[in-house]
Ligand binder design. Structure first.
Ligand SMILES: Cc1cc2nc3c(=O)[nH]c(=O)nc-3n(C[C@H](O)[C@H](O)[C@H](O)COP(=O)(O)OP(=O)(O)OC[C@H]3O[C@@H](n4cnc5c(N)ncnc54)[C@H](O)[C@@H]3O)c2cc1C
Length: 421
């Protein structure tokens, strides 16, 4: 077993939200931690996302999602797109994804996802407060904004379902949305407001959390690419880095986002994931900006105020990891937003970004240890929910690594549920 000495740190591969949150929880327990990452922090999916903590967010595998996705596939401007490629792994993933788009699967995973979300918001409050993290933290919730009556009706049904999991919401109709936020156009059907949630600038938050971890003694190496996991007798013995270094350890957490599949399969563990690319545009508006974060329902574009700038984030493009980014998709963010927000077409573009969501075929994360390899833990596959579930996932991982009972039913999230590679 691991000791608390610096010569046997817990090694975490990946400095995204999952790796950093785990490092923070372990440091609070006095554990020695080394976080490695293969590139500068800007490469992580966690740094450029929309920063909306949408508590109770259902997984991608909602009933009907695969059929809707199939229809969208033939429209290059749709929020969802699959970049065509002949890949048996992609076909297998799509088939299994379709099989999981069922109501019973949704009902089975919602309690644990809701619990992780509810716990995360508490941890965020503590992290932001205790470490004075300056990240435009805003607890006014977020809005699910709908152009059409059928979309609002569907949003109302989702809100009712989430009330059953403890998340409050209010329906805003008949001009109440524009009273709350005059930046929205008059011709919209309305919105559902989720009051329990929050928004923030994820990059600023992660920067602050990394600094907090450093202050507590966590070591970071952002120029270190894991090349190989070293195994002893059914146990972790260390890692080998691309630059030739070997580091011994008896506890290893793979929190490497979409790249976790490759790491896992190199040691015989199957984590079937597809990369779902998303984009963001950072805008400066001459007119007044929306003041509360939102998701534009029909186009799935997220809108997040960050100080004097506005972030538009969205699109879900199933693609290979190294595929080139699509300028058309970036432009589509503004086109879609202009159907909801006044005068946004003339906004100045201050920045753009693309990142890869790690998506399992059952729509839910992998959170657990590998039963046949002592000291090996995996936390990935958070798809569209990584920021929302990150701090609680980190707490659970810290529990598992330190041999504490996480007191949460994790049976759906196990790392060995897909079998051996
Ligand atoms: C456009 C977009 C918008 C989103 N909006 C939201 C939102 O509003 N709310 C929400 O909850 N979620 C959102 N998400 C999802 C969220 O960003 C992800 O679920 C989350 O960031 C995944 O975090 P992670 O730590 O698992 O992976 P990552 O953030 O990808 O981090 C993995 C890290 O591992 C490192 N790594 C990989 N391989 C190696 C290796 N071999 N050696 C060393 N290091 C390695 C990488 O460099 C990377 O830094 C969004 C995602 C996108 C793309």
């Amino acid at each position: 077993m691991n000791s608390t000495g610096t010569d046997d740190p817990v090694i975490i591969v990946g400095s995204g939200i999952i790796g950093l949150a785990t490092a923070w929880h372990l440091s609070m327990r006095g554990r020695s931690v080394l976080v490695i990452d293969q590139e500068t922090p800007t490469g992580s999916a966690s740094r450029g996302n929309a920063g909306i903590l949408s508590l109770g967010h259902p997984p991608l595998t909602q009933p009907g999602a695969s059929i809707k996705g199939l229809r969208w596939m033939f429209n290059r401007n749709s929020p969802f797109w699959i970049r065509p490629r002949l890949d048996p792994k992609l076909l297998q993933w799509l088939l299994n994804f379709h099989r999981h788009c069922r109501r019973d699967h949704l009902e089975a995973c919602m309690p644990a996802l809701s619990e992780l979300g509810a716990q995360s918001i508490g941890w965020y409050e503590q992290m932001v407060r205790d470490h004075s993290i300056d990240c435009h933290w805003d607890r006014r919730g977020w809005l699910d904004v709908c152009r059409s009556e059928p979309a609002l009706e569907q949003a109302r049904r989702t809100a009712e379902m989430l009330k059953g999991h403890g998340f409050d919401s209010t329906v805003l109709e008949n001009g109440r949305l524009q009273e709350l936020d005059p930046a929205y156009r008059d011709d919209l059907a309305g919105a559902v407001r989720y009051e329990d949630s929050a928004t923030m600038d994820p990059s600023a938050f992660l920067h602050g959390l990394e600094q907090a971890c450093r202050d507590r003694g966590v070591r970071f190496d952002h120029q270190a690419r894991l090349e190989r996991v070293q195994l002893g007798d059914h146990a972790i013995s260390g890692i080998h880095l691309e630059d030739g270094r070997n580091i011994a350890c008896s506890s290893l957490l793979v929190a490497a986002g979409i790249w976790s599949s490759q790491v896992a399969s190199s040691i015989g563990i199957k984590i079937p994931m597809q990369a779902a690319r998303g984009y963001h545009l950072q805008l400066r508006l001459d007119s007044s900006m929306p003041c509360i974060g939102s998701v534009l329902n029909e186009s799935c574009v997220a809108v997040t105020p960050m100080g004097d700038q506005l972030r538009l984030a969205g699109t879900l493009e199933i693609t290979s990891i190294n595929a080139p980014i699509s300028r058309r998709r970036l432009d589509q963010l503004v086109r879609a937003a202009s159907l909801y927000i006044r005068d946004i077409d003339g906004a100045t573009r201050e920045g753009e970004w693309a990142g890869l969501r790690p998506c399992t075929w059952d729509g839910i994360p992998v959170i657990g240890g590998v039963p046949w390899i002592d000291g090996l833990f995996i936390a990935t596959g958070h798809a569209m929910m990584g920021m929302t579930l990150g701090p609680a996932t980190g707490r659970v991982m810290a529990d598992l690594i330190t041999g504490t009972d996480p007191d949460l039913d994790l049976s759906m999230f196990t790392a060995d549920r897909f079998g051996r590679a």
